[in-house]
Design a protein around this ligand. Structure first.
Ligand code: BES
Ligand code: MN
Ligand code: ZN
Length: 489
């Protein structure tokens, strides 16, 4: 789909050329590109400001059919995200216009603030992520993804960055897969079915997958996870996917919350909160997507994805507030609220994974709390870890990928809020505030001294509106973050 290619714009036949333009300076070096952007900027309606768009047809002395100019603003303000957003907007423009091919003029001046590798990588990401259309439930699929994207490059750049193009394509493909799963409605991804979809996705990748059913979970005494699932007539599943390269010295376990629908249970969610709860398996989708990418990126560490899948429903068989359950790890928990279900499935999956894999590092991703969205808004994830290096590495990967993360604290004294009269713990806090923190502290009670981080993705996992390189719905948040992070662990 994406290729790096040297293109001679004086002679080559190009259907759609896409040119990014800065407001205050030239960012291209080729003669044709320089005169094209000068011609565009000479027009009143295009100044290269952020958001400016202009189309010119059949410019003189070329064989180019149309040129799309996109303003990027001042060169000083350029970042990787500028190029992701630009490339995403450009593919979307072509999709909307029904253009099957496009050629992107890569900025080539040497003295930009950003290095060439970042420019190439983020342009590729914008293309790979922006070229996705969720239309599997539409009868007429009016829009088609762009078929071929050419990224202009010198022969030397082609050599240097063609490996990068492959790995970016892998990661974006995995991210798009996660989006599809998240946006898919709950009636088509109940635990058993979602488990089979993951199985289908990983088959012929060389990854080892296991799907454990409810009878296995009962035998193993996954008391907390089973308690959440008991209100639904769709039985829970535990899915594990292993990437185990020969000679691996370290093991990383990724755990993803997989609530295929969160009704709240007996503490039923009200209108306004319940409608998008098909997205409550975004953690599991991100983990499954990351595992798919691992098979192709082949990092040197062992990586295991663990995905507890349940549906949280109210029924005559559902858990009640006040019920006391026994978790896999052994601690008993009083159910203060049946809507605090994510932490219950995570603690069983994490305690089991620690015993099973003895990981050097464990990271869980979960759409865990509305409180985290209150704290950080809809675009930034919360990170919790007692290991400052791990937290810093996650925040750094968040910067690089623009899957932004912000560390929040795990104060020991707040554990007080989880105390219970009758059981070892309550599944909700006795206080009103700091819900993202108390949820993370609850999890921390079940990880022993394993090096662990929790990422609350309740905000960024879902987008109400489309943005530059992501449609409305599931965002695939976490896949790019984890793929980048694992390289650093
Ligand atoms: N899945 C929700 C959290 C959520 C909220 C995700 C908004 C995405 C967007 C989670 O299971 C939940 O219901 N959390 C409760 C916890 C409370 C009962 C302690 C919440 O945040 O209200
Ligand atoms: Mn809930
Ligand atoms: Zn939930």
């Amino acid at each position: 789909m994406l290729e790096l290619k040297a293109v001679n714009l004086k002679r080559a036949k190009v259907d759609t050329l896409v040119v990014p333009v800065c407001e205050d300076r030239e960012i291209h070096t080729g003669k044709t590109l320089k005169s094209l952007s000068a011609a565009a900027k000479a027009l009143a309606e295009f100044k290269g400001k952020k958001g400016d768009v202009l189309t010119l047809f059949q410019p003189a002395e070329t064989c180019i059919n149309r040129v799309l100019f996109f303003g990027l603003g001042n060169a000083e303000s350029l970042s990787g995200e500028t190029f992701r957003a630009f490339a995403g907007r450009a593919v979307k423009f072509c999709i909307d216009a029904g253009l099957p091919t496009m050629t992107i003029a890569t900025p080539s001046v040497a003295d930009l603030k950003i290095d060439a590798e970042t420019i190439f990588r983020t342009l590729m990401e914008g293309v790979g992520l922006g070229n996705h259309i969720f239309d599997r439930y539409k009868q007429d699929k009016e829009k088609k993804p762009v078929k071929t994207v050419v990224l202009m490059a010198t022969a030397a750049q082609k050599k240097t960055y063609s490996g990068l193009a492959e790995s970016v394509a892998v990661v974006c493909g995995a991210s798009v897969m996660a989006r599809e799963w998240v946006t898919m409605p709950s009636n088509d991804k109940r635990p058993e079915v979602f488990a089979e979809m993951i199985r289908k996705a990983v088959q012929s990748t060389g990854l080892k997958i296991r799907v454990m059913d409810d009878r296995w979970l009962e035998k193993q005494q996954f008391g907390a996870m089973l308690a959440v699932g008991q209100g639904s007539n769709a039985k829970p599943r535990l899915v594990t996917v292993e990437y185990a390269p020969r000679g691996a010295k370290k093991t990383v376990v990724l755990v993803g919350k997989g609530v295929t629908f969160d009704s709240g249970g007996i503490n039923l969610k009200p209108s306004g909160s319940i409608e998008t709860m098909k997205m409550d398996m975004s953690g599991a989708a991100a983990v499954a997507g990351t595992m798919l990418a691992m098979a192709r990126l082949k990092p040197s560490v062992k990586v295991v994805g663990v995905m507890p899948l349940v549906e949280n429903m109210p029924s005559g068989a559902a858990i009640r507030p006040g019920d006391i359950i026994r978790s896999y790890e052994g601690k008993t928990i009083e159910i203060g609220n049946t809507d605090a279900e994510g932490r219950l499935i995570l603690i069983d999956a994490m305690a089991w994974a620690i015993k099973q894999y003895k990981p050097d590092t464990m990271i869980d991703l979960a759409t865990l709390t509305g409180a985290c969205v209150v704290a950080l808004g809809e675009k930034i994830a919360g990170v919790f870890s007692k290991d400052p290096e791990l937290a810093d590495a996650i925040v750094a990967s968040g910067k690089k990928t623009f899957e932004r993360c912000w560390q929040l604290p795990l104060p020991e004294d707040y554990k007080e809020l989880l105390k219970n009269e009758f059981a070892d713990l309550n599944n909700i806090s006795s206080g009103r505030w700091g819900g993202a923190i108390t949820a993370a502290l609850f999890l921390s009670e079940f990880v022993g001294d394993t090096r662990w981080a929790h990422i609350d993705i309740a905000g960024p996992a879902w987008a109400k509106k489309a943005s530059d390189y992501c449609g409305a719905g599931g965002t695939g948040f976490g896949v790019r973050l984890l793929c980048d992070l694992i390289e650093t662990l």
